[in-house]
Design a protein around this ligand. Sequence first.
Ligand code: SF4
Ligand code: SF4
Length: 187
Amino acid sequence: MRLAHLWDQSKCIGCGACIAACNAANYASSTKENRTWGWIRSNIKRITFDLNAKPYLLLVQCQHCDNAPCVAVCPTGASYKDKDGLVKINPSLCIGCKYCMTACPYGARWLDEDTGLPAKCMGEECLSRISGGLEPMCVTVCPAGARAFGDIDDPKSEISQKLRKGRVVKLLEYKGTQPKYFVVVGP
Ligand code: SF4
Ligand code: SF4
Protein backbone atom coordinates (compact mmCIF):
# COMPACT_ATOMS: atom_id res chain seq x y z
CA MET A 1 0.00 0.00 0.00
CA ARG A 2 1.19 3.51 -0.84
CA LEU A 3 -1.14 6.30 0.24
CA ALA A 4 -0.82 9.52 -1.71
CA HIS A 5 -2.39 12.93 -2.31
CA LEU A 6 -3.60 14.35 -5.59
CA TRP A 7 -4.32 18.05 -6.15
CA ASP A 8 -5.96 19.05 -9.42
CA GLN A 9 -4.61 22.49 -10.24
CA SER A 10 -6.92 22.71 -13.26
CA LYS A 11 -10.02 22.32 -11.04
CA CYS A 12 -8.89 24.28 -7.97
CA ILE A 13 -10.75 27.56 -7.53
CA GLY A 14 -8.30 28.86 -4.92
CA CYS A 15 -10.96 29.16 -2.23
CA GLY A 16 -8.60 28.08 0.57
CA ALA A 17 -11.20 25.77 2.16
CA CYS A 18 -8.59 22.99 2.37
CA ILE A 19 -6.16 25.28 4.19
CA ALA A 20 -8.80 26.44 6.67
CA ALA A 21 -10.02 22.87 7.22
CA CYS A 22 -6.48 21.69 7.99
CA ASN A 23 -6.14 24.51 10.51
CA ALA A 24 -9.49 23.64 12.11
CA ALA A 25 -8.93 19.89 12.25
CA ASN A 26 -5.29 19.67 13.21
CA TYR A 27 -4.70 22.95 15.07
CA ALA A 28 -8.08 23.57 16.74
CA SER A 29 -8.73 26.67 14.57
CA SER A 30 -5.75 28.38 16.23
CA THR A 31 -5.28 32.00 15.18
CA LYS A 32 -1.62 31.96 16.22
CA GLU A 33 0.83 32.44 13.37
CA ASN A 34 2.89 29.71 11.76
CA ARG A 35 6.00 31.89 11.79
CA THR A 36 8.09 29.51 9.65
CA TRP A 37 5.88 30.27 6.67
CA GLY A 38 4.42 33.63 7.79
CA TRP A 39 1.10 31.86 7.45
CA ILE A 40 -1.73 30.37 9.44
CA ARG A 41 -1.23 27.14 11.34
CA SER A 42 -1.98 24.76 8.49
CA ASN A 43 0.05 22.09 6.72
CA ILE A 44 -0.83 23.47 3.28
CA LYS A 45 1.17 26.36 1.86
CA ARG A 46 -0.17 28.65 -0.85
CA ILE A 47 2.38 29.89 -3.42
CA THR A 48 1.46 32.36 -6.15
CA PHE A 49 3.60 33.46 -9.06
CA ASP A 50 3.31 34.67 -12.63
CA LEU A 51 3.78 32.22 -15.49
CA ASN A 52 3.67 33.61 -19.03
CA ALA A 53 2.17 36.80 -17.58
CA LYS A 54 -0.69 34.87 -15.95
CA PRO A 55 -1.15 34.43 -12.19
CA TYR A 56 -0.56 30.85 -11.11
CA LEU A 57 -1.45 29.13 -7.84
CA LEU A 58 0.39 26.19 -6.32
CA LEU A 59 -0.68 24.47 -3.12
CA VAL A 60 2.25 22.69 -1.51
CA GLN A 61 2.31 20.25 1.38
CA CYS A 62 4.30 17.19 2.44
CA GLN A 63 4.83 15.02 -0.62
CA HIS A 64 5.20 11.81 1.43
CA CYS A 65 8.35 11.09 -0.57
CA ASP A 66 9.27 7.47 -1.19
CA ASN A 67 12.91 8.54 -0.91
CA ALA A 68 12.50 11.13 1.82
CA PRO A 69 15.50 13.32 2.75
CA CYS A 70 13.79 14.22 6.05
CA VAL A 71 13.84 10.55 7.05
CA ALA A 72 17.46 10.09 5.94
CA VAL A 73 18.78 12.97 8.07
CA CYS A 74 16.74 12.35 11.22
CA PRO A 75 19.23 11.26 13.91
CA THR A 76 16.68 9.55 16.17
CA GLY A 77 14.28 7.80 13.79
CA ALA A 78 11.48 10.19 14.74
CA SER A 79 10.83 10.88 11.06
CA TYR A 80 9.96 7.64 9.37
CA LYS A 81 8.07 6.14 6.48
CA ASP A 82 5.21 3.98 7.68
CA LYS A 83 4.00 0.76 6.06
CA ASP A 84 1.09 2.67 4.52
CA GLY A 85 3.59 4.78 2.57
CA LEU A 86 3.06 8.00 4.55
CA VAL A 87 5.99 9.86 6.09
CA LYS A 88 5.20 10.45 9.77
CA ILE A 89 6.77 12.00 12.87
CA ASN A 90 6.96 10.20 16.20
CA PRO A 91 6.93 13.11 18.68
CA SER A 92 8.23 10.95 21.52
CA LEU A 93 11.49 10.42 19.60
CA CYS A 94 11.80 13.94 18.17
CA ILE A 95 14.48 16.12 19.81
CA GLY A 96 13.60 19.28 17.85
CA CYS A 97 16.95 19.49 16.01
CA LYS A 98 15.14 20.66 12.83
CA TYR A 99 17.48 18.74 10.50
CA CYS A 100 14.36 17.48 8.69
CA MET A 101 13.12 21.02 8.10
CA THR A 102 16.43 21.94 6.49
CA ALA A 103 16.58 18.75 4.42
CA CYS A 104 13.08 19.00 2.93
CA PRO A 105 13.38 20.53 -0.55
CA TYR A 106 9.69 21.50 -0.50
CA GLY A 107 9.77 23.52 2.72
CA ALA A 108 6.89 21.29 3.75
CA ARG A 109 7.70 21.34 7.48
CA TRP A 110 7.14 24.24 9.85
CA LEU A 111 8.02 24.74 13.49
CA ASP A 112 5.10 24.37 15.87
CA GLU A 113 6.10 26.81 18.58
CA ASP A 114 3.62 25.26 21.02
CA THR A 115 5.50 21.95 20.98
CA GLY A 116 8.95 23.10 19.78
CA LEU A 117 8.76 20.33 17.17
CA PRO A 118 8.36 20.28 13.39
CA ALA A 119 4.86 19.86 11.95
CA LYS A 120 3.65 18.88 8.51
CA CYS A 121 0.91 17.04 6.61
CA MET A 122 -0.54 14.90 8.04
CA GLY A 123 -1.62 16.28 11.38
CA GLU A 124 -2.91 14.08 14.19
CA GLU A 125 -6.59 14.55 13.36
CA CYS A 126 -6.14 13.62 9.71
CA LEU A 127 -4.09 10.55 10.67
CA SER A 128 -6.89 9.54 13.01
CA ARG A 129 -9.45 10.08 10.25
CA ILE A 130 -7.65 7.89 7.72
CA SER A 131 -7.11 5.13 10.27
CA GLY A 132 -10.91 5.18 10.64
CA GLY A 133 -11.43 4.89 6.89
CA LEU A 134 -12.16 8.59 6.30
CA GLU A 135 -10.39 11.03 3.99
CA PRO A 136 -8.08 13.79 5.22
CA MET A 137 -10.01 17.00 5.93
CA CYS A 138 -8.61 18.91 2.92
CA VAL A 139 -10.08 16.29 0.58
CA THR A 140 -13.42 16.14 2.39
CA VAL A 141 -14.10 19.88 2.28
CA CYS A 142 -12.89 20.75 -1.23
CA PRO A 143 -15.98 22.13 -3.03
CA ALA A 144 -14.37 21.78 -6.46
CA GLY A 145 -13.47 18.08 -6.31
CA ALA A 146 -9.86 19.17 -6.79
CA ARG A 147 -8.41 16.76 -4.26
CA ALA A 148 -8.10 13.00 -3.85
CA PHE A 149 -6.31 10.72 -1.44
CA GLY A 150 -5.80 6.99 -1.48
CA ASP A 151 -3.72 3.97 -2.40
CA ILE A 152 -1.82 4.37 -5.67
CA ASP A 153 -0.94 0.67 -5.57
CA ASP A 154 -4.66 -0.16 -5.95
CA PRO A 155 -5.61 0.37 -9.60
CA LYS A 156 -9.30 0.63 -8.62
CA SER A 157 -8.85 3.45 -6.10
CA GLU A 158 -10.26 6.88 -6.98
CA ILE A 159 -6.80 8.41 -6.96
CA SER A 160 -5.42 5.77 -9.35
CA GLN A 161 -8.30 6.37 -11.74
CA LYS A 162 -7.72 10.14 -11.65
CA LEU A 163 -4.00 9.63 -12.23
CA ARG A 164 -4.74 7.63 -15.36
CA LYS A 165 -7.08 10.30 -16.76
CA GLY A 166 -5.18 13.54 -16.11
CA ARG A 167 -1.92 15.14 -17.16
CA VAL A 168 0.11 14.83 -14.00
CA VAL A 169 3.32 16.43 -12.77
CA LYS A 170 5.37 15.79 -9.66
CA LEU A 171 7.16 18.67 -7.97
CA LEU A 172 10.98 18.80 -7.92
CA GLU A 173 11.13 15.23 -9.17
CA TYR A 174 14.72 15.79 -10.32
CA LYS A 175 15.76 15.91 -6.65
CA GLY A 176 15.26 12.15 -6.53
CA THR A 177 12.73 12.32 -3.70
CA GLN A 178 10.09 10.22 -5.49
CA PRO A 179 7.24 12.44 -4.27
CA LYS A 180 3.69 11.11 -3.80
CA TYR A 181 1.84 14.44 -4.19
CA PHE A 182 0.47 14.47 -7.71
CA VAL A 183 -0.46 17.74 -9.39
CA VAL A 184 -2.99 17.41 -12.21
CA VAL A 185 -2.46 20.22 -14.71
CA GLY A 186 -5.17 19.33 -17.21
CA PRO A 187 -7.32 16.57 -18.69
S1 SF4 B 1 8.01 16.61 1.33
FE1 SF4 B 1 9.63 17.09 2.81
S2 SF4 B 1 8.76 16.52 4.81
FE2 SF4 B 1 7.51 15.49 3.25
S3 SF4 B 1 8.44 13.44 2.98
FE3 SF4 B 1 9.35 14.79 1.41
S4 SF4 B 1 11.24 15.56 2.38
FE4 SF4 B 1 9.95 14.73 4.04
S1 SF4 C 1 -10.55 23.49 -1.23
FE1 SF4 C 1 -10.26 22.66 -3.30
S2 SF4 C 1 -10.80 24.37 -4.65
FE2 SF4 C 1 -10.48 25.25 -2.60
S3 SF4 C 1 -8.30 25.86 -2.60
FE3 SF4 C 1 -8.38 23.78 -1.76
S4 SF4 C 1 -8.04 22.45 -3.53
FE4 SF4 C 1 -8.58 24.46 -4.34
